[in-house]
Design a protein around this ligand. Structure first.
Ligand SMILES: C[S@@+](CC[C@H](N)C(=O)[O-])C[C@H]1O[C@@H](n2cnc3c(N)ncnc32)[C@H](O)[C@@H]1O
Length: 448
């Protein structure tokens, strides 16, 4: 296998002096896994020429000149062959482990095909400064544009170094043990498990006993469970995008606290500012039950204190609990099995407490933003799940939950909004969207 050459084009070449010599990166070069070619942009200027020009049009800032960039890129290509050219820009594709893995695989494949007597694979990394690159440079030379996050740095040298740290550790032989790469965070749906070293006791904090037990199977099990719990609390968004198979799904479902939904026909406003009760609609019962079933919600409570409404629900449930209902539509029957007719919010809380042994954390929903102290968004699952209590999602009807019911809730989820001011989703549509954002999987198709 021939070596991969990485050219780095920068304004400040001195930033790479110690970086490229230190630790595993220094060793990777000594061992012949990689070689670097650092090009300083000013070396490609004619006498008295600048590397930058003021941006055209009004406004401050200097852009890196396309001709200087061209000379640097072409010099690198002349020496090591045409290179896959990556520009670092905050407007680029956000860097992920997937991109690094992909690039590393490409490097390995390309290098193994090369004849050792010929130049190996060549990657050109371009770090910007000032206002960044002239758009025409990007159009002419960028094979990829990469950002290391949604913030703006002074220059592209740290992004270049971040990319190198991520890429080099994936090249065979750079990091001692392949195992330590495979088990890291972002190599699959689960983040890494928590790690501990000696001493076993420090400042009153102990290493978990199981890790000192010598029981490898128990340790592996503990680590798997900790990794999964850790991920669900810290990065459900990550899990939801890269979940692989039904085993991952089942484990997550087991570890996430039980969820319940209550559709409130009491504790609601019938008109803006007027509190009262609303009527049951069978289409809401059907559709919200189906959404609850889809997202693994244990029970769906429909809450009304009104006797006539209770009797409508009783006959609805009677049909679906009958043999005829079960045979009419099995999947609808399965969904409606989780529907419970309730008379009050307190009755719902009691029913959940009886089932789970703990009172639920109450997460209210509203079409309006209010100044609730527990206002949360759709990335706050970990915050709610960390209570380790069942979760009750409250849906309002009519003109929404009363101020009192909202204030008595532990959390209030952000409203769902579109690009325009109209904001009157049906509760069943809102329920589907809320459950999808809160508990849904958003990745590619599952592999099984
Ligand atoms: C001050 S920034 C230019 C920002 C640019 N005008 C913009 O707003 O998109 C100068 C250089 O720093 C680098 N840079 C800054 N933030 C970055 C980020 N988050 N990811 C990758 N590169 C970044 C790029 O190379 C960029 O050309």
């Amino acid at each position: 296998m021939s070596t991969v050459t990485i050219s780095i084009i920068t304004v400040f070449d001195e930033l790479y002096d110690s970086f490229l010599k230190t630790s595993l990166i220094g060793r990777a070069q000594a061992d012949g896994h990689v070689s670097f070619n650092v090009l300083k942009l000013s070396d490609f200027c004619a006498p008295k020429e600048r590397i930058d020009e003021p941006t055209c049009g009004p406004g401050a800032g200097m852009v890196l000149k396309p001709e200087v960039m061209q000379r640097a890129i072409e010099a690198a290509a002349q020496q090591y062959g045409p290179g896959y050219t990556i520009f670092f820009t905050p407007q680029g594709t956000p860097l992920t482990q997937n991109i690094l893995r992909h690039t590393a695989k490409h490097v390995v494949r390309a290098s193994s095909k090369q004849d050792a007597s010929k130049p190996g694979m060549h990657i050109i990394l371009v770090a910007g400064r000032y206002e960044g690159f002239d758009e025409r440079t990007l159009a002419a030379y960028a094979d990829a544009q990469i950002s290391i996050g949604d913030y703006v740095l002074l220059g592209g040298d740290l992004p270049t170094q971040v990319f190198l740290e991520g890429l080099l550790r994936l090249l065979p032989g750079v990091v001692g043990s392949a195992e330590s790469i495979e088990h890291e965070s972002f190599e699959g749906p689960w983040l890494d498990y928590p790690v501990y070293g000696l001493p076993t006791s420090w400042e009153g904090r102990e290493v978990p006993e199981v890790l000192l037990s010598g029981n490898h199977k128990a340790i592996e099990q503990w680590r798997d469970e900790q990794a999964a719990k850790n991920t669900l609390l810290k990065r459900f968004d990550h899990f939801s995008k890269v979940v692989r198979d039904s085993r991952d799904k089942e484990l997550a479902h087991k570890l996430i606290p039980a969820h319940y939904v209550a559709l409130m026909h009491s504790d609601v406003c019938t008109h803006p500012g007027r509190e009262g009760n609303t009527s049951i609609t069978s289409i809401d019962l059907h559709d919200i039950a189906r959404s609850c079933a889809t997202f693994g919600v244990k029970n769906f409570f429909a809450v009304t204190p009104l006797e006539d409404q209770q009797s409508i629900m009783a006959s609805f449930l009677e049909y679906w609990h009958s043999k005829e209902g079960a045979q009419y539509n099995k999947s609808r029957y399965d969904a409606i099995l989780r529907l419970v007719a309730s008379r009050s919010f307190d009755e719902v809380v009691q029913a959940i407490e009886q089932k789970e042994g703990k009172k639920p954390i109450v997460v209210a929903t509203s079409a309006q933003s209010t100044n609730h102290p527990g206002a949360i968004d759709f990335t706050s699952q970990g915050k709610v799940w960390a209570h380790n209590r069942p979760v009750l999602l409250l849906l309002g009807t009519g003109h929404g939950l009363t101020e009192g019911r909202l204030a008595a809730s532990d959390y209030l989820l952000d409203p769902i909004n579109g690009l325009v001011d109209y904001n009157h989703l049906s509760v069943r549509a809102a329920a589907g969207i809320i459950l999808d954002r809160w508990l849904g999987l958003h990745g590619k198709k599952l592999l099984v």
